[in-house]
Design a protein around this ligand. Structure first.
Ligand code: NAD
Length: 250
């Protein structure tokens, strides 16, 4: 049985991704910062899973996640890096605190990078010993290339994630491992709940050509496609999942 590690598995995009890989017959190693009872309850309908409660920003917790995957299933086929945070307070970049910068960067970029490094080494070992081709998919954002001056730390973390995708794609290509990312636009999840009215108005005003919010499932389907082998000659690529919002229009 193939095994997928999915971080941020309790959240909107993460849980939709768990459901998609479950439907496709994968065993799931799900990680999120919420406590074990909450995580296990959320995943109760999933066929074959282990839930690991941990903080992506902690080296010990990242190691515990990889250990849980190997101890439970003995292999890792797919890593999907979904976990991420917005700043707790949206502050103008002329006012942003170092604390907020560190909070966002430690999770979105540093934590994601070092988890990927750990799992990449495991995938290289599996490729050399058993010929298993790994797949890695990252969740970056339209914020990787779109300025929001009241959450600059988030934009910088996602721009960094896009370079991370390219770096690992380059480094791991010789082992048959593909590394790609999606850049979601405006997706209806817990992260956007607080700014729902603002985005409702922008979408009603025509910001998104397809005329609706993105759904977590829109992201999960793109992520699964990147990890399914169907796009086996594609690596280091960003797929924009934004209803056409990136199209410059006159
Ligand atoms: N919702 C959007 O519009 C949108 C747009 C572009 C990109 N994204 C990205 O999509 C990803 C998923 O976000 P979402 O929209 O599903 O939001 P969400 O808040 O529903 O999910 C994020 C999940 O990450 C978990 N998490 C937070 N900090 C963590 C940590 N330190 N360690 C482990 N897990 C942690 C949360 O508990 C939560 O379950 C994020 O990386 C986000 O930046 C979201």
């Amino acid at each position: 049985m193939k095994v997928a590690i999915i971080t941020g598995a309790v959240g909107g995009i993460g849980f939709a991704t768990v459901e998609k890989f479950d439907k496709e017959g994968y065993a799931i190693v799900a990680m999120d910062i919420v406590p074990s009872d909450v995580g296990n309850e959320r995943l109760a309908g999933i066929n074959d899973f282990v839930y690991v409660s941990g903080n992506l920003a902690s080296a010990d917790d990242r190691q515990a996640l990889v250990d849980a995957a190997i101890n439970t299933y003995g292999r890792i086929d797919v890593l999907v890096n979904v976990a991420g945070v917005a700043p707790r307070v949206r502050a103008d970049i002329l006012e942003m605190s170092e604390e907020s910068y560190d909070f966002v960067m430690d999770i979105n970029l540093k934590g994601t990078f070092f988890l990927t490094q750990l799992i990449a080494n495991q995938m290289v070992k599996q490729y050399k010993n058993e010929g298993i081709k790994g797949y890695i998919a990252n969740v970056s954002s339209c914020s990787a290339y779109t300025s929001s001056t009241n959450r600059g730390e988030y934009c910088m973390s996602k721009a960094g994630a896009t370079m991370m995708t390219k770096l690992f794609a380059d480094r791991l290509a010789e082992y048959g491992i593909t590394v790609n990312e999606i850049c979601p636009g405006i997706i209806a999840t817990g992260m956007t709940e607080k700014v729902k009215e603002k985005y409702d108005n922008l979408i009603a005003g025509g910001l998104v050509p397809l005329g609706r919010w993105g759904l977590p499932e829109d992201c999960a389907n793109a992520i699964y496609t990147l990890c399914s082998g169907m796009l086996g000659y594609t690596t280091g690529q960003s797929i924009i999942v934004d209803g056409g919002m990136h199209i410059q229009r006159l």
